[in-house]
Design a protein around this ligand. Sequence first.
Ligand SMILES: [Zn+2]
Length: 193
Amino acid sequence: MVSSARILGTLCSAINSDVTRSLIDIVLYLHAQHLQQIEAHAERVYPNECCGLMLGCTVGEDKQILEIWETENAWNDETAIEFNADANLETAERRYTIAPEVMLAAQKTSRDRGWQILGIYHSHPDHPAVPSDVDRAWAWSHYSYLIISVCEGQSIECRSWQLDENHQFQPESIVLRNAGEIEIGDLDTTPQT
Ligand SMILES: [Zn+2]
C-alpha cells in the first residue's frame, strides 16, 4: 500500500506537468488493485523473479489494463540451455520466462474477449525497476514491460517501459484509475490482427 501511494504521488505530479508527448509517450492505465496484485505476487516469490501478463484494450495509443494474469516463472536449467544462458549463474532469481502454452492460452482468452495482451510484468529482486540488457534483447515491440523492484522482500518501485524504433527501452507513464472511472466506450475492442 505504501509503495502504491508513492507511485500515485509520482504519477500525479507527472500528469500535472506539461510534457509534450513523444512517439513513445504512451500511458499505461492500471487499476490500483492490479498494482497491489503485482506487488503481492512479487513479494510472494521473492527472492525469485515473478512474471505475468497484462491483458486489456488500447485507448487510442494508450493502454488500459483490465486483468492481470499471474504466471509461473518457468525459468529452469532446461530453459537456460534454450536461451544460451549459464544455468549456474542465471537462475530464477535473475531470469524469468513464460511457458509458450501459457502465452497461447492468454492470447486465446484475450481474443475471445476482444482484448489483447498489452504487456508483461516481472520483478527485479534487490535491483532497480530498470530493464536489463537481457530484458531488452528478448523484448517485443508494442508490449509494455512493467518492472517492479523488490528490496529485501518489499515492493518499492514500479516502472513501465516500451521499445522505441531503435530497440531501446523508453519509459511509459503509469496512471492508476479504478474500474468506475473507465469509459467503456473509449476502449478499442477491435481484435488485433
Ligand atoms: Zn528484468
